[in-house]
Design a protein around this ligand. Structure first.
Ligand SMILES: [Fe+2]
Length: 424
């Protein structure tokens, strides 16, 4: 069973030639099936509740009540299977709101559901082929609420943004960077920076806005340099999925430069990458210069350290394999495979370097440490298709320079756990 969701080449042709970093656009139901359906988003919200129930707070929904950030309540704000569907969840929320407006934003949303993860990866693969891999990485969010005007107000982000309307109607007023240049506080030359107005009267700006509006199945896009504000079209709740990419490495959370920063933080914890510099007495220009040089030399030693470099290369490899997301979905439990099990290739496995005794690959953000004996198998899986465990053992185990049969089955289990393979 393969996902029938497909993005036609003409979509990417238009994005790359006239939209990316250039202009906004609305598509009326360009995909069939749509990028995200109500039942899929409801399933993702219930999966989030299940994580939170077990104390895993790594994804914390942000809640806004009447425009103000409020605390998230596991009782009141989380979707439960008892709600049956998104409409049922909305009814329960509405009953408890007492006329107030609610907004919720859920980050890392792509990893909450297998189908939504595959859609995000499929979409991003097409995008990366069309415009290159955005150096600042990928972000996926669920926006949900009955707010009349976005709690974020008129602002701009650092993101080229696709919004997929799932339920209800959504409208954005958007403006090119130059249109709001004269307003107080707007930097004249920072079209890729984030900036939010505290309290901007939109009335005089409405006429100049490019209005993006859509209903279920519609897709909206605006570039990172464009200002935007969401507003409601009708009463009731609206649900959208966002898939956004930051073009700049420097500015984006989760990008390779930020990963390197994390590496520095690790190195700084106990200084294990480098000897502490011997700082001379810094009085007088010569002493000061010698102290600065000693610190610079220590920093250079960290950057050149083999452990540091390997860690950064592996973090970048994992990041690339997660389509630029900070992380991919959690591992599945290791399956106990038998020879008749059928496996289908479900994701590209990435690698760059193979040494005599080490082969590190990554899939869906998960690093797998292995040996060169498995390169042939990985290449075969990357070619796509469906295989039985017995076929793979027959072909890729037991020969010269091949792993033993039980090693191969163990590797297949790890690849299945990381979702490179899917057990049918
Ligand atoms: Fe935004």
């Amino acid at each position: 069973m393969t996902d029938p969701f497909v993005v036609p080449p003409s979509f990417w042709a238009e994005v790359s030639t006239s939209l990316w970093k250039q202009a906004p656009r609305v598509w009326r139901r360009p995909f069939d099936p749509a990028y995200g359906a109500e039942h899929e988003v409801f399933r993702a919200l219930c999966a989030l509740t299940a994580r939170l129930d077990t104390g895993d707070a790594s994804i914390q929904p942000r809640v806004f009540l009447d425009d103000k950030q409020a605390g998230f309540s596991l009782d009141r704000h989380s979707a439960r299977p008892d709600d049956v569907d998104l409409a049922g969840f909305e009814r329960r929320l509405l009953a408890g709101l007492g006329g107030r407006e609610l907004g919720m934003v859920i980050g890392d949303a792509a990893i909450l559901d297998d189908v939504l993860w595959r859609r995000a990866v499929h979409f991003l693969r097409g995008l990366h082929a069309a415009v290159g891999t955005p150096a600042g990485g990928s972000h996926a969010e669920i926006f949900f609420g009955n707010y009349q005007r976005s709690f974020f107000g008129a602002h701009k982000d650092r993101l080229e943004t696709f919004t997929f309307v799932v339920r209800g109607r959504k409208r954005f007023l958007t403006w090119p960077y130059e249109a709001l240049l004269g307003l107080p506080g707007v930097p004249p030359d920072a079209p890729l920076h984030a900036f939010a107005f505290d309290d901007l009267d939109l009335a005089p700006l409405r006429d100049q806005a490019v209005v993006l509006e859509g209903g279920p199945g519609d897709v909206l896009f605006w570039p990172a340099s464009w200002w935007h504000v969401a507003e409601s079209v009708e009463e009731g709740f609206v649900t959208t999925l966002t898939l956004a990419c930051a073009p700049s490495t420097m500015l984006a959370a989760g990008s390779p430069l930020r990963l390197a920063q994390e590496g520095f933080d690790e190195a700084g914890k106990d200084g294990y990458y480098t000897e502490d510099p011997e700082l001379p007495d810094a009085r007088g220009p010569e002493g000061t210069r010698a102290a600065i040089d000693a610190v610079e030399a220590a920093l250079a030693r960290v950057l050149e350290d083999e452990t540091f470099q390997r860690g950064r290369r592996e973090a970048t490899l994992a990041w690339l394999s997660a389509s630029g997301f900070k992380r991919g979905p959690d591992r599945l439990p290791l399956p106990e495979l038998v020879p008749t099990d059928r496996l289908v290739a479900d994701a590209q496995i990435l690698y760059a370097d193979i040494t005599e005794d080490a082969f590190t690959c990554a899939v869906n953000g998960i690093l797998l440490q292995s040996t060169p004996k498995f390169v042939e198998l990985v290449e075969h899986i990357n070619g796509g298709g469906m295989f039985t465990v017995a076929e793979l053992v027959e072909r890729f185990a037991g020969g010269d320079d091949q792993p033993a049969a039980d090693e191969l089955v163990e590797a297949l289990a790890h690849l299945t756990s990381a979702r490179a393979l899917r057990l049918l």
